[in-house]
Ligand binder design. Structure first.
Ligand SMILES: NC(=O)c1ccc[n+]([C@@H]2O[C@H](COP(=O)([O-])OP(=O)(O)OC[C@H]3O[C@@H](n4cnc5c(N)ncnc54)[C@H](O)[C@@H]3O)[C@@H](O)[C@H]2O)c1
Length: 367
């Protein structure tokens, strides 16, 4: 079995997740790690058990095949471009750039180099959402026409952190891109237009908006909504006697999808660890259409990682794909389509109007 050497760029919280996944991969031999500050690079590398390296040492080393980019958002695209031009395979965290133009510049370099580039939309590896996708693709709910996502959380990011200092609709590409990406995936269609609203912010020290109501119309007529509020869920106190999702299942946290089709519906509920499917039945014998729950699946706390974000599953798979010389499973172009939706929603909020996909494509033609 061929093994590869990998590097993790940015050794913060997400960098640690990438390092841990790489350590558990049978396809990974050596792991290098980069942080811009030399002292932090050394101390973080020692803590995480990786080899500290400068960017030049990583990019110039032909034995490093794969680079995981987990740095702050501002540098994702320049670092991904450098890595692709240095012949590395790249897994780059979302967001795919700070602007549409920046994301487009990364796509251009990927096309020029034909390099391996996957963006970290790891929910494609979540067992919860893979089940949903399978049910839809198997036709169990007919044609999906409506997708409602309700996401209420309690992640009032730390004061003075890079997250609380992002401006405008920062949270749409930074956080909600995952959930808009799922709406595209489930519909298997592209958005036609989007209208997004944001109420006045509540978290006073945020530079950016803290709530978003994003409504998108898709080609073929399907409609999706995403209702995001940052601050209702109770702050998690890390009480060792209480397990996190159990506490959050009834304290104001919601992370649910309701996907309605012409023949049935699906509900996902992360905080209840539950996935359900409804079937709609009609016929002359009924005086109104009947709806009944026909499937209900739950998962255990020890399976949370695989059933929810499954970043480890994504990373293990990417190391395997690169070691075997295979292409990405979620193409960079697909991630770019999600970023178009994110930037269209941002523009909609900034200008308080419906933004169409056609105008986003026109903007790309001229840039
Ligand atoms: N896919 C997901 O679900 C998910 C979850 C969390 C974070 N993320 C993404 O991962 C990235 C990092 O988030 P985090 O939570 O680890 O933040 P963090 O603040 O914990 O870590 C960021 C790290 O990047 C380092 N850094 C700063 N400038 C850098 C540079 N020029 N080059 C390399 N490293 C640099 C910082 O020193 C820090 O260690 C963000 O882009 C975030 O959006 C994705």
């Amino acid at each position: 079995m061929k093994k590869i050497n990998v590097a993790v760029i940015g050794l913060g919280g997400m960098g640690k997740t990438h390092v841990e996944a790489a350590k558990s991969s049978p396809f990974v031999e050596r792991i290098y790690g980069f942080e811009p500050d030399e002292q932090r690079r050394k101390s973080r590398a020692a803590e995480l058990g990786v080899i500290p390296a400068t960017m030049a040492e990583i990019m110039d080393n032909p034995d490093i095949a794969l680079v995981y980019i987990a740095s702050i958002n501002e540098v994702h695209v320049p670092q991904a471009i450098l890595a692709l031009r240095s012949g590395k395979a790249v897994l780059c965290e979302k967001p795919m750039g700070l602007s549409l133009q920046e994301a487009a510049s990364l796509i251009k370099v990927q096309q020029e180099t034909s390099g391996f580039l996957q963006i970290g939309f790891e929910l494609h590896y979540s067992r919860l959402y893979q089940n949903v996708k399978q049910w839809i693709d198997d036709g169990l709910i007919g044609k999906p026409v409506l997708n409602e996502c309700r996401y209420f959380c309690s992640e009032a990011h730390r004061k003075n952190s890079w997250r609380s200092q992002g401006r405008g609709s920062f949270l749409i590409p930074e956080k909600l891109s995952h959930y808009l990406d799922l709406q595209r995936w489930f519909f298997n269609a592209e958005f036609e237009s989007v209208y997004s609203l944001s109420a006045p912010k509540v978290v006073s020290y945020f530079q950016h908006r803290d709530n978003h109501q994003i409504t998108s119309k898709y080609c073929g007529g399907a409609v999706a909504t995403l209702n995001f509020i940052m601050y209702i869920g109770e702050t998690y106190k890390r009480d060792p006697k209480r397990e996190m999702l159990e506490q959050q299942s009834d304290d104001g946290h919601f992370l649910q999808y309701h996907i309605c089709g012409t023949k049935g519906a699906i509900e996902t509920d992360v905080f209840k660890r539950r996935l359900r499917r409804w079937e709609f039945v009609d016929g002359p014998e009924y005086d109104c259409m009947q709806s009944r729950i026909v499937e209900s699946i739950s998962f255990e706390p020890e399976d949370d990682q695989a059933w929810f974000h499954n970043t480890a599953g994504q990373n293990l798979r990417i190391a395997e794909l690169v070691a075997k010389g295979m292409p990405p499973e979620v193409s960079a172009q697909d991630a770019f389509e999600t970023m178009k939706l994110c930037f269209a929603a941002e523009l909609s909020e900034d200008e308080n109007r419906i933004v169409t996909r056609a105008e986003i494509d026109d903007m790309l033609q001229t840039c």
